[in-house]
Design a protein around this ligand. Structure first.
Ligand SMILES: C[S@@+](CC[C@H](N)C(=O)[O-])C[C@H]1O[C@@H](n2cnc3c(N)ncnc32)[C@H](O)[C@@H]1O
Length: 296
């Protein structure tokens, strides 16, 4: 974190949680703020006594080991980008409500294409965040495993109440998918590619593709560079990556890695390692859709 001006702390609560909280406030005679403060104290003291394992109920037993390994990674890396998405969890989805008709039109194009190509698939979604795309995909896919490194975003995704028979959320590391099953025939990673350091892209794609069955399809979407949108792009002499400063509603600032790609760069990168490659580059978003290349 670059700068901490935290005085007030605003959080986004889903409608259902808000109405349950209102009901509890009515029944107990306490204010909603008092209830939230009490709940936070409870959470902190539980975390102090039991550590990150208190989030273990979010994952099923098959995946608990992966979860505790991930927590170790989280503690040791303490990466700014991960910290930022943890802190941003409750405000993240605002990004999809930008009041810009052209932006909304492209977003709905992405949604339509994704829903067409993901129909009836067994999906591995990495860096699923708060489950915005998981929810979209859950309308048509056969099954989805959504994975993200931050327990805070997985909690929000979990609270969306998507059908349990169709959707599992797990805390895990996109660079270390080793302990997952290999039974997926579709890989999804939206708004993740831009956060991968360029020298880790190959590692990520190798691990990701290894979790997919032969002939599996992949869909990845991300932002196109728009000057002035989301702050100034920062370059550094000693880095091939670019960065942006992101500010949260509470005033805290984070410098996060954010790389942008043109159509040609995406083509040069994906064409040699994929089959049936389709690339779209619009004014706000790009997507790639391809078949994982078989090894023989
Ligand atoms: C820009 S958000 C995208 C979230 C979601 N895919 C969406 O499009 O709404 C990037 C996500 O990557 C997650 N992330 C960061 N590092 C990760 C890692 N090593 N493994 C898995 N997820 C990671 C963050 O927690 C965050 O939720």
């Amino acid at each position: 974190m670059v700068d901490d001006k935290t005085k007030r702390f605003s959080v986004y609560l889903p409608e259902k949680v808000k109405s349950d909280l209102e009901q509890m406030a009515y029944e107990t005679g306490l204010s909603m703020t008092q209830l939230i403060v009490m709940a936070t104290h409870g959470l902190l003291s539980n975390y102090k006594s039991n550590g990150g394992n208190i989030f273990a109920d979010l994952v099923n037993s098959r995946q608990k080991n992966l979860f505790s390994e991930t927590l170790k990674t989280l503690r040791s890396e303490n990466s700014v980008m991960q910290e930022y998405y943890g802190a941003r969890a409750f405000e993240y989805e605002k990004v999809y409500h930008r009041e810009d008709p052209e932006y909304q039109q492209e977003l709905s194009l992405l949604t339509t294409i994704l829903k067409t190509v993901v129909k009836d698939r067994n999906v591995l979604e990495v860096a699923c965040g708060t489950g915005y795309w998981t929810q979209v995909v859950s309308e048509v896919a056969h099954h989805i495993v959504g994975l993200d490194i931050r327990p805070e975003v997985i909690q929000i995704a979990h609270d969306k109440g998507l059908p349990r028979t169709k959707v599992d959320f797990i805390v895990g590391d996109a660079y270390n998918l080793g302990q997952l099953e290999n039974d997926f025939d579709f890989g999804l990673a939206n708004f993740w590619f831009s956060h991968i350091p360029k020298n880790k892209i190959e590692d990520f794609l190798t691990g990701f593709h290894n979790k997919l069955q032969p002939g599996a399809k992949v869909f990845m979407a991300d932002n196109v560079y728009v000057e002035g949108r989301g702050g100034e792009l920062i370059t550094k002499d000693n880095s091939e990556d670019t960065y942006k400063i992101r500010e949260l509603a509470d005033g805290s600032k984070y410098e996060i890695l954010k790389n942008y790609y043109t159509y040609n760069e995406l083509f040069e990168f994906f064409e040699p390692i994929t089959e049936e490659l389709k690339i779209f580059c619009g004014k706000s978003f790009w997507y790639v859709h391809y078949t994982v290349k078989s090894l023989n």
